[in-house]
Design a binder for this molecule. Structure first.
Ligand code: ADP
Ligand code: MG
Length: 268
C-alpha cells in the first residue's frame, strides 16, 4: 500500500506564473491526476476566476454555485466546498467569475492575504487530502498572494519560448516578500519546463538557458507539447485518463515521480 495516509507527505503546492498560457492549469490537473495514480488523495483549489481547472475536470456551473469565492470572501468551511470529479480521490474546490471581485471586496480587510491560509488549516480538510494543489490566475494579485501564503511550496511552469524567464525575477521577489511576512516556510519547489517541442531548436535553447540560470530547481522532466494535453479538457477529464499513454500523460507521471522523490529527499 502507498503511504498516502502518512501525514508527513502532506503538502500544499501553489502553481504560480503571472503569465497566462504557460501551462499552469494543465499542470495542476495532470500532475494532480498522476499523483492520484501514485496512491495520493489530491484536492485542487481553483483560484482562477476563469475556472479552467474546474471546467477541465467536468464541474458544471450548477456545481459551482458555492466556490472558492465563498472560501475567500464568505469564510465558508473549505471541506463544504469540495466537489468530486470523475476520478476517484481527485476533487476540486471550483471557481467561477465572481472570484474576480474578491480583491475589491477584501480591500479593507487587514487579514485579506491570509484568508486562504486560514481556511486551508481546517483539520478535517487536511486529514482528507495528501496534496492540495492551488491553480492560480495569471497575475501576482491578491488571489495569488493568498495561494502563496497558504502553500508549503511554489511550482512554476515555464513555457519553452523566448522570454520564458521574463517576469521570473519579479515572481521570485514576490516569493521573498511572502516569506518575510505571510509565510516564512514557503519554498520554491521547482520549475517545470512546459510545451517543449523537440522539432524546434528554440525549445532546446530555452531549456538549456533556463537550466544554466536556475540549476537544480528545474525538474529533469520536461513536459512536451502534446495535443492530447490540450484536447483532454474538452472531454472533462485529465489527459492521463483521456489518453493514458500519450507523451503528455507519460511526462506528467514522470513529473509526479520526481516530485515525490524530491519530497522524500528534502524530508530526509
Ligand atoms: P495557464 O493556466 O498557465 O494559462 P494552460 O494550462 O491553460 O495555461 O495552457 C494554455 C493552453 O495551452 C491551453 O489551451 C492548454 O490546453 C495548452 N497546453 C498547455 N500545456 C500544453 C502542452 N504541453 N502541449 C500542448 N498544449 C498545451
Ligand atoms: Mg490557467
Amino acid at each position: 500500500l502507498s503511504n498516502a495516509r502518512d501525514g508527513a507527505t502532506r503538502r500544499i503546492l501553489a502553481i504560480v506564473n503571472q503569465k497566462g498560457g504557460v501551462g499552469k492549469t494543465t499542470t495542476a490537473i495532470n500532475l494532480a491526476a498522476a499523483l492520484v495514480e501514485s496512491g495520493k488523495r489530491v484536492l485542487i483549489v481553483d483560484l482562477d476566476p476563469q475556472g479552467n481547472a474546474s471546467t477541465g475536470l467536468g464541474i458544471p456551473h450548477s456545481r459551482r454555485v458555492r466556490n472558492s469565492y465563498d472560501l475567500l470572501v464568505k469564510e465558508a468551511t473549505a471541506s463544504s466546498l469540495v466537489q468530486p470529479t470523475t476520478v476517484e480521490n481527485l476533487s476540486v474546490i471550483p471557481a467561477k467569475g465572481d472570484l474576480s471581485s474578491a480583491d475589491v471586496e477584501l480591500v479593507s480587510d487587514a487579514g485579506r492575504a491570509r484568508r486562504l491560509q486560514k481556511s486551508l488549516r481546517e483539520p478535517e480538510l487536511l486529514a482528507a487530502w495528501d496534496y492540495i494543489v492551488i491553480d492560480c490566475p495569471p497575475s501576482l494579485s491578491l488571489l495569488t498572494v493568498n495561494a502563496m501564503a497558504a502553500a508549503d511550496a511554489v511550482l512554476v511552469p515555464l513555457q519553452c519560448e523566448f522570454f520564458a524567464m521574463e517576469g521570473l525575477s519579479q515572481l521570485l521577489t514576490t516569493v521573498k516578500e511572502i516569506r518575510r511576512g505571510l509565510n516564512p516556510a514557503l519554498t520554491v519547489e521547482g520549475v517545470i519546463l512546459t510545451m517543449y517541442d523537440r522539432r524546434n531548436n528554440l525549445s532546446e535553447l530555452v531549456a538549456n538557458d533556463v537550466r544554466a540560470n536556475l540549476g537544480d530547481v528545474v525538474y529533469r522532466t520536461v513536459i512536451p507539447r502534446n495535443v492530447r494535453l490540450s484536447e483532454a479538457p474538452s472531454y472533462a477529464v485529465p489527459a492521463t485518463v483521456y489518453d493514458p499513454t500519450s507523451t503528455g500523460s507519460l511526462a506528467y507521471r514522470a513529473l509526479a515521480r520526481e516530485l515525490l522523490e524530491r519530497g522524500t529527499r528534502s524530508a530526509a
